[in-house]
Design a protein around this ligand. Structure first.
Ligand code: SME
Length: 162
């Protein structure tokens, strides 16, 4: 049984390094995408402050479909190129949105969300989906979060290969 220990950290990079170690331990030895996505979302949601949604959208071959997450119920399908998630998927770039109300085309699932970060998930050239985290705090995510979330997303992607 995995037990998430409180991570002692004086800085965001330290917090993400501790979280990365926990994520590797949690996903170790399991390749099932739904199982790992569910546990990964739960781990991150409970470890990071000021988060109101953390989860996955997976590419079904045509669009993004919501996967395992923590938080309020979310929009089910997002077209490629739409919203922050669809933009991350087509640009292949992590989207750090300081103010969701200033992002043209932002899709509001939880009206409490004020800022958002979305990391695209690719296996080589193949779009797998996106990892999406929302915050009720304006400008919650910065470059440290970008690096940390990309590190975590890489651990999730590696886990699928066993
Ligand atoms: N805000 C996202 C939609 C997903 S929810 O935040 C969970 C977007 O604009 O793509």
């Amino acid at each position: 049984m995995f037990t998430a220990a409180a991570i002692r950290a004086d800085s965001k990079p330290e917090l993400y390094a501790g979280l990365a170690t926990q994520a590797r331990g949690l996903l170790h030895g399991e390749r099932d995408r739904i199982a790992n996505a569910a546990n990964f979302a739960a781990l991150v949601y409970h470890a990071l402050p000021d988060i109101n949604w953390a989860g996955f959208y997976f590419h079904d071959g045509a669009e993004l479909v919501v996967g395992p997450f923590q938080g309020q119920p979310a929009c089910v399908r997002i077209a490629l190129g739409k919203g922050v998630c669809g933009t991350a998927a087509v640009t292949r770039q992590t989207q750090v949105v300081r103010d969701v109300n200033a992002f043209a085309g932002h899709i509001a699932c939880d009206s409490a969300s004020r800022s958002e970060i979305v990391v695209p998930l690719f296996d080589g050239m193949t779009l797998i989906g996106v990892w999406d985290v929302d915050s009720p705090r304006l400008a919650r995510f910065d470059e440290d979060d970008r690096a940390g979330m990309e590190l975590l997303a890489g651990i999730f992607m590696d886990s699928l290969k066993g």
